[in-house]
Design a protein around this ligand. Structure first.
Ligand SMILES: *Cc1c(COP(=O)(O)O)cnc(C)c1O
Length: 410
C-alpha cells in the first residue's frame, strides 16, 4: 500500500524540470537495448535450495550459501541471542563508542581459523577490500591485479591511486613480465611498494589461482600478496580454511581476505594476517574507521557458523558439497570443474537472458551474469551448488539445461 508520503515523493520527481529524469531514463533505455538491464526480484522465503517468488517455489541454484548455513537454526539462535544481549545496533564506529564483545570473539575465532596472528572484520567484503588496499598503498606504489578479480578489488586498486597493472587471468608469465617492469621502476626508489592481488577461487569462473607459483613470484620480486578467499572460505581445505591453507602457503601471504556472507551464511568481510597488519588497518582502513560497526547479530552469527565449519558437521557438509559438485559435473557433462561455481558460458547477453528465462519457466532460479560483472560477450549462467541440494535437484537442473540449449538452437 502506498503511503501519503510516498505519493508526495512521486510528485516531487514529476516536478523536476531539468534533464535529470530524461537523462537517466535514456541511460536505462540503452542498458535495456543491450540486454544489460537488471532488476530486483522479490523473494518471500529464506535462502535455502527452495525460493518463494511471487507465490511460486523455485529451485535455487544461485546463492553462495555453499554449506547450506544461511538458514541454519543454531546460527539463527546465535544472532537472536546477540540481539537480546547487545541490541540491534552497534551505535557507531568501533573506535568511537567502544567495540562490542561479539566482534572480538569473532576476530579471535577468525585468526585461529586462518592460523593467523590476528583478524579484523568489516561490514562487507567490499569494505574489507577497499579499506585494506587503500590503507596499504599510495600514489608511489604499484598494484598488480588478475584480470578477473572481483569489482571490490578493482575499485580498491583504483581508489588507492597506486600504479595499476592488470595481468592476464592466472597467467604467471604475464605476471612475471609486469613484476619485471615494476622492479625497474622500483630500482630508483626502494620505498615504492608493490602489491599483487588475486582470488583463490574466482567468483564468476570458479577456477583456481596458481597460488604456490604466485607466492614464489612475489617473494622473488619482493612484492606483497593479498589473496581474496571469498568463495574458498569454508569450502576448500580439510577444515574449510581456504585454498591457501590447503596448499600450505597461508603463512607466506601478507594479506588474507575472506567474507562471512558466503559459505559462512552470515554477513561481512575480514582481513587476517599479522598483528601489525591488523593494528595498522584499525588505524588506517577508512572503511573500518569511518563506518558504523555491523550489527552485533551478524558477528555472533558468523562465530556460530565458524564453529560449524570447523566441526564434524562442517566436514560432513563439505563432503556432501563435493559429492554434489561431482554429480553436477557428470550430469552436465562438463570437462573441468574446480568447485561449486559452475559457469555455463553462452557469450551473447540476450542468449544468457533467454536461457535464464527457460530455467525460470521450469521453476529453476539461475542468474544470467552479464557485463559489467563479466566482460562483454562472455555472458553466462552462473550455477552454484550447495551441500543442501539433493540428487533430484541436480537432475532437474540438468534437464532444464538441456531444454535451454534446445530452445537456443530452435
Ligand atoms: C562477494 C565477493 C566480495 C564482496 O564481499 P561482500 O561481503 O559481498 O561485500 C569480494 N570478493 C569476492 C571475490 C567476492 O565474490
Amino acid at each position: 500500500m502506498r503511503t501519503k508520503n510516498f505519493e508526495h515523493d512521486n510528485r516531487i520527481s514529476a516536478r523536476l524540470q531539468n534533464h535529470f529524469e530524461p537523462e537517466l531514463k535514456e541511460r536505462l533505455g540503452e542498458l535495456r537495448a543491450q540486454g544489460l538491464y537488471r532488476e530486483l526480484r522479490r523473494v518471500d522465503s529464506p535462502q535455502t535450495p527452495n525460493l518463494e517468488i511471487a507465490g511460486r517455489t523455485f529451485l535455487n541454484f544461485s546463492s553462495n550459501d555453499y554449506l547450506g548455513l544461511a538458514n541454519e537454526p543454531s546460527i539463527k539462535h546465535a544472532a537472536i541471542k546477540a540481539v537480546e544481549q547487545f541490541g540491534a545496533s552497534a551505535g557507531a564506529s568501533r573506535l568511537i563508542c567502544g567495540s562490542l564483545a561479539p566482534f572480538h570473539d569473532l576476530e579471535e575465532k577468525l585468526a585461529a581459523f586462518k592460523k593467523a596472528e590476528a583478524a579484523l572484520t568489516f561490514s562487507t567484503g567490499y569494505a574489507a577490500a577497499l579499506g585494506a588496499v587503500t590503507a596499504l598503498l599510495g600514489p608511489d606504489d604499484f598494484v598488480l591485479i588478475d584480470k578477473l578479480v572481483h569489482a571490490s578489488l578493482i575499485d580498491a586498486a583504483k581508489l588507492s591511486d597506486a600504479k595499476l597493472r592488470v595481468f592476464a587471468h592466472n597467467d604467471l608469465n604475464d605476471l612475471e613480465d609486469k613484476l619485471k617492469w615494476v622492479a625497474a621502476q622500483r630500482a630508483q626508489n626502494s620505498k615504492r611498494n608493490a602489491l599483487i592481488i588475486t582470488e583463490s577461487i574466482f567468483s564468476m569462473d570458479g577456477d583456481l589461482a596458481p597460488l604456490k607459483e604466485i607466492v614464489e613470484l612475489k617473494d622473488r620480486f619482493n612484492a606483497w600478496l593479498m589473496v581474496d578467499e571469498a568463495h574458498a572460505t569454508g569450502v576448500f581445505g580439510n577444515t574449510g580454511r581456504g585454498l591457501a591453507d590447503q596448499i600450505g602457503v597461508n603463512h607466506r601471504i601478507e594479506v588474507q581476505m575472506g567474507t562471512l556472507g558466503k559459505a559462512l551464511g552470515a554477513s561481512g568481510g575480514f582481513i587476517a594476517g599479522s598483528r601489525t597488519l591488523i593494528d595498522y588497518l584499525i588505524n588506517r582502513a577508512r572503511s573500518f574507521v569511518f563506518s558504523t560497526a555491523p550489527v552485533p547479530a551478524s558477528a555472533a552469527a558468523a562465530s556460530a557458523a565458524l564453529e560449524i565449519v570447523d566441526s564434524a558437521d562442517g566436514t560432513a557438509r563439505r563432503k556432501t558439497l563435493w559429492n554434489n559438485v561431482a554429480a553436477l559435473k557428470m550430469q552436465l557433462n562438463l570437462k573441468s570443474v574446480s568447485g561449486p561455481i559452475i559457469p555455463l558460458i553462452l557469450g551473447d547477453e540476450t542468449k544468457a537472458l533467454a536461457a535464464a528465462a527457460t530455467f525460470f519457466d521450469r521453476g529453476i532460479y539461475v542468474p544470467a551474469i552479464r557485463y559489467p560483472t563479466v566482460r562483454r560477450g562472455a555472458a553466462r549462467l552462473r550455477v552454484t551448488i550447495t551441500a543442501a541440494h539433493n540428487e533430484q535437484d541436480i537432475s532437474a537442473l540438468a534437464e532444464s539445461w538441456n531444454a535451454a540449449q534446445r530452445d537456443l538452437i530452435s
